[in-house]
Design a protein around this ligand. Sequence first.
Ligand SMILES: NC(=O)c1ccc[n+]([C@@H]2O[C@H](COP(=O)([O-])OP(=O)(O)OC[C@H]3O[C@@H](n4cnc5c(N)ncnc54)[C@H](O)[C@@H]3O)[C@@H](O)[C@H]2O)c1
Length: 345
Amino acid sequence: MAPVSMAVVGAGQRGAGYARWAGRNPDRARVVAVAEPSAPRRARLAAEHGIAAGNAVSDWKELAGRGRLADAVLICTQDRMHVEPAEAFAALGYHILLEKPMAPDEAGCRRIVAAVETAGVMLAVGHVLRYTQYTRAVKEAADSGLLGDIMSVQHLEPVGFWHHAHSYVRGNWRRADLAASMLMAKSCHDLDWLQYILGRAPLRVSSFGSLAHFTAAGRPDGAADRCAACPVEADCPYSAPRFYGDLLQRGEHGWPLSVVIDDFTPAALDEALRDGPYGRCAYACDNDVVDHQVVALEFPGAITATFTMTAFTRAAPRSTRLFGTRAELAGDGQAIRVYDFLAQA
Ligand SMILES: NC(=O)c1ccc[n+]([C@@H]2O[C@H](COP(=O)([O-])OP(=O)(O)OC[C@H]3O[C@@H](n4cnc5c(N)ncnc54)[C@H](O)[C@@H]3O)[C@@H](O)[C@H]2O)c1
């Protein structure tokens, strides 16, 4: 089969990441067009993939205006910029890989589904957790009968203290009106994954959560509005200079440092933390998404499940326990262990 030709809409963290995969797998896919308003990002992606000058444009509307240039489009713009490009590229006959969340509300999701059904194109949503070897192993175990009937599920998304501060306090997903709620932005993966593993949709859900810590009330005495000028920074786990400075020192230039600076020098980092969003005190931002939340779900077959997302962890892969009538499965995101009740092993 000829490699799939792809247009990238939004050459940010995700778009550039998918394009890198295509670069490593030229027999599977190649990037032939890009739409990205940031000139350095656009130029970098165009150079890495040998994209013709006329196919590197600054806006998705301009790209859509050229008609169909590729088999598929990767829509990797921010959360509130998915619906319109999905409709436009579907109408042009592009197959679509759309980043999650599809849209911030049900009406937006329905518009996307209607557009792809009318056009008869394929739509995949970036629920990337479904496609890992680990998920395949958990799914096989759940479907094999090894566990008997699954009765209860415990699933944890340990977002991690620094990841939470980076993305959900200081960063792009800090406010529901700018992006989406926490469950939609981060944990749509988890709710999708649970349904996928159990092979059914829930009947009932309830949920509680709050923004309890990263608020003005949580601010340590004497803290400044920015870490760079803060007298109590050394004692704060959420210090931006410590976290990003350590990454820079270790030469770890990928995400999340690549969100903060393009030029990987101490001077550029100092400037970004002095003036930019990522240097703000974690207790003096305009964030409103929750920092911890729990969801209780009831699935057909009397399966009960709980899901917890919390900022207050070491950053780690998601972990899951599936409790069946014949065995229990424990997975830490990398390995799974099954304890069989008959064998007691
Ligand atoms: N699947 C996952 O695991 C996963 C992980 C992180 C983020 N995401 C989702 O992926 C999406 C993108 O996230 P990101 O971290 O790459 O964001 P990002 O901000 O790094 O990238 C978005 C890019 O879109 C560009 N853009 C803005 N307006 C545009 C326009 N009119 N036309 C074309 N491009 C335009 C921006 O300049 C930016 O480079 C978000 O919806 C996010 O929630 C998915």
